[in-house]
Design a protein around this ligand. Structure first.
Ligand code: NAI
Ligand code: MG
Length: 492
């Protein structure tokens, strides 16, 4: 295995920004502390990054408030806000190679994935929301009496945004896009595992001409910097993506200031394969739906229900595909699977693999660490999985596929919904009415039919049940970043 970063098609990026961005200035943290960000493929330190805490969050929240209430951003025409966002999208595109390499270095994802998925989605998202900036408007309402009544959609204010490490740039774009289009200002806390691309994006945003204080970035840890942002009385809203248990802490911490909250959390998404499906397409789609991004996707198809009559054929084909995935140096263009993001995730995943074996599932592919350096886990497939097993109930967030066999439509709907989560689902069938009946019956925010992980900035994404509150992407996300004001005027 090639985990060392030996010469490949791609060059390693230079690390340009490791400080906090507050009020348009790059600065060290008040405490002077730093933390290391690690290359998960080699376990080597890439850089020391300024570690923000409550004092830095306070400075950032004040800078964001100032930018929100006064200065060029507060008075800027909506169309000009959109033009700035377009400029940012174009500058990100100009720096495509560097950003893709930086994402791959900090997160461990194959650079081919960063180039094919993350970067294009990031750029598209900013273009999409740039177009919304001058199209956010209210209504005129025919109320009783001699009155003129209308609504305005005003920017929500200072938005705290806390993001995870699985798609660092894309999570930033999904949160910056609607916030900036609406005219809000931002204090973002990137994940401690992957702060580098968010800092570089912020540097590029400054180059694009965003006024000081509109975008502030404070890297640091969750219980310190993250919690301080959640509790800060000068922050109007928290948008969070991550684990549902963290969301529960955030909800409690936000109670004191009654902040607006939107959450995009995890899942245990059912991927349902009927016997009448194109089986090869379903196998390929299920592989992508689970193993993409090393299995570190909130919407991973981690409960794969396969109809009994095609189960064995499906498993044989899936095992072959799992075994042919190419693990190794993320900078090698041939690599299809990189390391997990850090030691904690690596340990958690191997723990679930052990639990699966203990609880009686059959491990028919993988099941071990890959190599002896870097946080690599073999593509793993379990069969004979039952609904009550830990691997069928809890989010593993790794390359561990669980195949469950089912007999009929009603049975699979009941079992698919037997979870506290409801982020996504997919169904594979050639029967159109069956596909629609599944789409209507599954309690999930997104349903894919004969495809998986199809994302677009225009399509709302988010969870039912414990998978989240609110929607990201699409017009729906704008509601999370605006307050509705009703104005009633006497015409007497
Ligand atoms: P996490 O939810 O702890 O971290 C996500 C973000 O929240 C990070 O920026 C972190 O610093 C911040 N955070 C942590 N505690 C906080 C607090 N008390 N107040 C404010 N912010 C806080 O997720 P973690 O620990 O990285 O991963 C644990 C598990 O969560 C994973 O194994 C996976 O199952 C799930 N997860 C789900 C994600 C998704 O996209 N839905 C993304 C990342 C993790
Ligand atoms: Mg955590």
């Amino acid at each position: 295995m090639a985990t060392a970063l030996e010469p490949t098609t791609y060059t390693l990026p230079k690390i340009r920004q490791t400080q906090l961005l507050i009020g348009g200035k790059w600065q060290d943290s008040v405490s002077g502390k730093t933390f290391a960000t690690v290359n998960p493929a080699t376990e080597e330190v890439i850089a020391e990054v300024a570690e923000g805490d409550a004092a830095d969050i306070d400075l950032a929240a004040k800078a964001a408030r100032k930018a929100f209430e006064s200065g060029p951003w507060a008075t800027m025409d909506a169309r000009d806000r959109g033009k700035l966002m377009t400029k940012l999208a174009n500058l990100l595109e100009d720096n495509f190679d560097e950003l893709a390499a930086l994402e791959s270095l900090d997160n461990g994802k194959p650079i081919s994935d960063a180039r094919a998925a993350d970067l294009p989605l990031v750029i598209d998202c900013l273009h999409y929301y740039a177009g919304w900036a001058d199209k956010i408007h209210g209504d005129t309402i025919p109320i009783r009496g001699n009155h003129f009544c209308y609504t305005r959609r005003e920017p929500l204010g200072v938005c705290g945004q806390i993001i995870p490490w699985n798609f660092p740039m894309l999570m930033a774009a999904w949160k910056w896009g609607p916030a900036l289009a609406a005219g809000c200002t931002i204090v973002m806390k990137p994940a401690e595992q992957t702060p580098l691309t968010c800092l570089r994006m912020a540097e590029i945003a400054m180059e694009a001409g965003f006024p000081p204080g509109v975008i502030n970035v404070v890297p640091g840890y969750g219980p310190t910097a993250g919690a301080a942002l959640v509790k800060h009385p000068g922050v109007d809203k928290i948008a969070f993506t991550g684990e549902h248990r963290t969301a529960q802490i955030i909800m409690a911490d936000a109670a004191q200031t009654l902040k607006r909250l939107t959450f995009e959390l995890g899942g245990k998404s059912p991927n349902i394969v009927f016997a009448d499906a194109d089986i090869d397409a379903a196998v390929a789609g299920a592989e992508f739906g689970l193993f993409f991004n090393q299995g570190q996707c909130c919407c991973a198809g981690s409960r794969l229900f396969v109809e009994e009559s095609v189960h064995d054929e499906f498993v044989d084909k899936m095992v072959e595909r799992a075994n042919s995935r190419v693990l190794g140096n993320p900078f090698d263009a041939k690599t299809t699977q990189g390391p997990q993001v850090d030691q904690a995730q690596f340990d958690k995943i191997l723990g679930y693999i052990e639990k699966g074996k203990e609880q009686g599932a059959a491990c028919v592919a993988g099941g071990n660490r890959f190599g002896d350096k870097g946080y690599f886990v073999e593509p793993t497939v379990f069969t004979g999985v039952t609904d009550d097993m830990a691997i069928a109930q809890e989010e593993i967030f790794g390359p561990v596929m669980n195949i469950l066999s089912f007999k009929g439509f009603d049975e699979v709907v009941t079992r698919a919904n037997n979870t506290c989560f409801g982020l996504a689902a997919a169904v594979w069938t050639r029967d159109v009415s069956k596909a629609h009946r599944i789409a209507n019956s599954v309690r999930a925010g997104t349903v894919w039919v004969n495809c998986y992980d199809v994302f677009d900035a225009a399509a709302p994404f988010g969870g039912f049940k414990m998978s989240g509150i609110g929607r990201e992407c699409g017009e729906a996300a704008l509601a999370n970043y605006t307050e509705l004001k009703t104005v009633t005027m006497s015409l007497a």
